[in-house]
Design a protein around this ligand. Sequence first.
Ligand code: ADP
Length: 390
Amino acid sequence: MDGNSVMASGIVEKIGESRSLLTHTKFMETRDEIKNIIDAAISDHREGMSLVVAQLVHPKHGVIQDRAEISAVGHRVVHGGEAFQATTIIDEGVIDSIKENIPLAPLHNPSNLIGIEVAASFFPDSLQVAVFDTAFHQTITEKAFLYAVPYNLYSKEKVRRYGFHGTSHLYVAEKCAAYMARPLNELNLITIHLGNGCSMAAIKKGRSIDTSMGMTPLEGLVMGTRSGDIDPAIPFFLADHLKMSLGEIDTLLNKESGLKGICGTNDMREVIDKKNRGVKSAKLALDIYCYRIKKYIGAYFAALENVDAIIFTAGIGENAPDIRHQSCAGLGSLGIEIDHVKNRAKLKDIREISPDGNRIKVMVIPTNEELKIAQETKKVIDTQNMTSNN
Ligand code: ADP
């Protein structure tokens, strides 16, 4: 990113597999794009980063001459626990805190640490900055973040709701405020992030007051392969009755449940397609999925007491009108209405899908977590530059 515009974007996928994929796109002032795709085995993050750097300085698809031009590298860090309420410049202490939070995010924080280490070695003169998925939800108060289990599980072991997707919830909330030309700290919003992982947030006067994901990203809405809310006694039943191990139950709830568990498919496009072809299990999966969202809308309506806007975002939230329709159906008594023509319009940009003049706006707002991470990172460097100039 240069100032506020994106110069290039890219992704390295399937690191460590026999066929990895690097996609790099350079954006031109003429609005053209130059795309480069490398299809090869990329053995680890270091090799992936060396290929990314090679793209960035490449004479044709590159956007910089020298890696020293990069002032800072922003990292998405999944779990900041209670230690981080804001974007933070990474130093040894921050690394230690991310390590301390590994038990809370055993799959994510270790890879985030590898990313930080590798980026620091490739960009030794740049600041490394951490943007935490949990930070936006640190404004949630005890009554909403504590589980009703013995209190010392919180005070000693930090068992509590943390919430995730914070970067996305904040990004779309800010976009909504700009669209409505009102300060975010005057708005009450329900944000609904529906991607492979799904979560909702209740945002009161711009601050998160509740969110559906919990201590881990398993709680809450139905997701592609995750169950979301279940009776906490079900794992005991699975262990006692079916003799499943903890690891097997973990896999069942995280990887074999959700849409996939009900109809065998986790990709929403395929689930909708199956439903349209009359497959009953796909209709059932969608009914369960949307009913859960609708219940959370009701719950967050109660928590917020009044709502200015409901926002759908991420792959499913932005692209699946049927899901938006079904999740809001029958909520007219709360003032939530959807205009069916607007809901079906094939637009990519921020838009209202509620009837003109409706008190509660229902909106579709494309999320952009990478851009938000870059903006947050820039804010931190600007603040640091201002402090050092004073
Ligand atoms: P991630 O959480 O990995 O960032 P995304 O936000 O890209 O995921 O969302 C992925 C989900 O979005 C998948 O279930 C995919 O099927 C769904 N999706 C993408 N495009 C559409 C579409 N046109 N209609 C319905 N679902 C879609």
